[in-house]
Write a protein that binds this ligand. Structure first.
Ligand code: FAD
Ligand code: DLZ
Ligand code: SF4
Length: 564
């Protein structure tokens, strides 16, 4: 990669000479088909790509996420150059790198005598606001194009959502099936049903052998980038030893083909299952590649449908997979843009507790949390149910402040971008939006985790016990949650059953629940690993909270990171 060396097109005689356009490509827009590049003129245009400190530190991303993106950016730039396109690529350690999108864009405009700048809308509100500043202050005109990777344009979602207070994914999803024709027979859904979710909730049978992940050991570019990241972002969360993400489109296609052959035929069955020694199960592991542009949502949905039509995967698995992308992924993206910036500010359940230290260290006696957080540190990955029903469920039940939980989710996953993270965390997990995204909070006791995983067998706590120091904390925290929020939730028809049970509950039992929860939550603040009281030997080493070891926040606080 090089700074583009061709002379700028003369600005005189514009009627004859094509305008020189600076095409600013963000790190999560790595596809040749992105709107920024569609009308690129290789003879006159320059593509700008920049590695900047501010993007890696507005929250201190997992080291693997930064390494993945820098490596993917460098590979993509090399592919463009191989096509004969001029790429002005600014590395993180390049002399004079100002460290921000705005600073690097301004320097590039000065370098190239640019007539106009073309960019595609970003994935985060913070950067959208930055772009408005470019339009006002940069000098040359800045054209911001719609992100053509998504199947539902922002404007169409906004028109569908209107100003309704609550939106439902299922209704949106059916509209998207009709719109795209995916899994449709004329106007009817293939198989006569829109949704096969009930078939997609099996636990893993004992001894079930799961397929290997198809991994991509770091090549020379990734090795160089990992060294840079370990040096420049040494205090960030996470490890890089197990890095195996695809960093080019070719690798992403290989990974996806492996999923089609090996994962998809069983994807639906065990979609919600969890097992301590199998962090990936039948999941596709494509979110980092999809979100960065190495794969497109449409192509993966069409390929999955083809697998069904060829008899290579059953309908309930294919529908389950397509629903995640055509349904959930498009839905959360639409919702993010339709409701931001106000969306992030609500706190419907008035949750204010600090995020416990163990979310960073993994040091807790609760085995389910220790396993999910441990895998997250190692792989920058946890699958959906681990995010929703383990780390998310605990944050909901413990009443942790939404902004702190959201920051954690944005930091720790290789696929994390605010457009997808925020609605999932703020809406789905924490119900902080008061029901815009989901009709009820996904609160669950230890029984759910026990049914769907093998975590409880290796846990210091007893999932069968409802109260007392050795009882599974999820059990009493669940009832404590329902009691605390009865005023807000008791009338919710989808929670009628647990509230009926609560109404019948013996007052002594109810008091014991409240006591256990108070004891546990008080201990959580003081010693976040929360080992069973006075049973130190049971706990997985429980160092007290050490703020110095926390991946320190940058000067951008969670509130200000949304502001650009
Ligand atoms: P698979 O399980 O194989 O699913 C296939 C694809 O479906 C995923 O790659 C993803 O693109 C899409 N998908 C599935 N569920 C969702 C969903 N709820 N929302 C949007 N897309 C979905 N996904 C992200 O890409 N980035 C995030 O920052 C993110 N944060 C999340 C936070 C929470 C609390 C929860 C509950 C979910 C979050 N998800 C996020 C969604 C989902 O967990 C991940 O997309 C998925 O785990 C990625 O792994 P995979 O590629 O193996 O997915
Ligand atoms: C996530 C990220 C990181 C860590 N670094 C860069 C970078 O150096 N250069 C870049 O162009 N993009 C980076 N990104 C992705 C951006 O944060 C992303 O484009 C915005 O959040 C908008 O979605
Ligand atoms: Fe988690 Fe409770 Fe099971 Fe332990 S017993 S693994 S805390 S659900």
């Amino acid at each position: 990669m090089r700074a583009a060396g061709r002379p700028a097109a003369p600005s005189a005689g514009r009627g004859l000479i094509p305008i020189r356009t600076l095409r600013f490509l963000l790190g999560d827009q790595l596809t040749r088909r992105i709107a920024t590049l569609t009308d690129l003129d290789p003879d006159h245009d320059v593509v700008l790509m920049v590695e900047v400190r501010a993007e890696a530190t507005y929250v201190r991303h997992h080291k693997q996420k930064i390494a993945f993106l820098f490596s993917a950016m460098r590979h993509f730039a090399a592919e463009l150059e191989a096509e004969g396109i001029a790429v002005d690529y600014v590395r993180l350690d390049a002399p004079g790198n100002t460290g921000s999108f705005t600073g690097e864009l301004a320097r590039a405009v000065a370098r190239h005598a640019v007539d106009r700048v073309v960019v595609t809308e970003p994935g985060e509100w913070r950067v959208w606001e930055m772009m408005q500043g470019w339009r006002a202050d940069l000098g040359p005109p800045v054209e911001i194009r719609d992100d053509n990777r998504f199947l539902c344009p922002r404007a169409d979602f906004a028109a569908w959502a209107g100003d309704r207070r609550s939106l439902r994914m299922e209704t949106f999803y059916r509209g998207m099936r009709r719109r795209t024709g995916l899994l449709m027979e004329g106007s009817e859904p293939t198989g006569g049903r829109w949704n096969f979710d009930p078939e997609n909730r099996k636990g893993l049978p004992k001894g079930h052998v799961v397929p290997e992940r198809v991994g991509f050991p770091p090549d020379a570019v990734t090795v160089e980038v990992i060294a840079l990241v370990e040096h420049a972002f040494a205090d960030h969360f996470g490890e890089t030893d197990a890095f195996a993400w695809p960093v080019t489109r070719a690798e992403a296609i290989t990974a996806f083909k492996h999923f089609l052959a090996v994962g998809l035929p069983t994807f639906g069955d065990y979609q919600d299952a969890m097992r301590a020694d199998a962090p990936f199960l039948y999941h596709a592991l494509i979110a980092p590649a999809l979100n960065a542009g190495l794969l497109t949502p449409e192509e993966v949905c069409r390929a999955a449908e083809r697998a069904y039509r060829a008899g290579a995967a059953p309908l309930h698995c294919v529908e389950g997979f397509i629903r995640q992308i055509l349904g959930w992924r498009e839905y959360v993206r639409g919702l993010y843009w339709a409701r931001m910036p106000d969306y992030a500010a609500s706190n419907a359940l008035a949750a204010t507790r600090d995020l416990p230290w163990f979310y960073w260290s993994g040091e807790t006696a609760m085995n389910c949390l220790a396993q999910c957080i441990g895998a997250t540190r190692t792989h920058a990955y946890a699958h959906h149910i681990q995010r929703l029903m383990v780390t998310g469920n605990f944050a909901l039940l413990a009443g942790i402040a939404p902004a702190q939980v959201e920051e954690w989710y944005l930091v720790v996953y290789a696929d994390a971008y605010e457009w997808v993270e925020l609605p999932n965390v703020h809406g789905m997990v924490l119900w902080a939006d008061g029901g815009v995204t989901g009709s009820k909070p996904y609160a669950a006791s230890g029984a759910y985790i026990n049914r769907m995983s093998d975590y409880c067998r290796g846990c210091a706590y007893d999932v069968a016990k409802k109260s007392g120091p050795s009882a599974c904390p999820f059990n009493y925290l669940y009832w404590n949650f329902l009691i605390r929020h009865a005023e807000r939730l008791a009338d919710n028809p989808r929670l009628a059953m647990p509230y009926r049970t609560l109404a019948r509950m013996d007052p002594t039992k109810r008091a014991a629940i409240l006591d256990d929860a108070a004891r546990f939550l008080d201990g959580l603040d003081a010693a976040p690993s929360a080992a069973p009281a006075d049973q130190g030997s049971l706990a997985l080493a429980a160092p007290r909270s050490d703020p110095a070891r926390r991946p320190a926040r940058d000067t951008a606080t969670t509130a200000s990171r949304r502001k650009g």
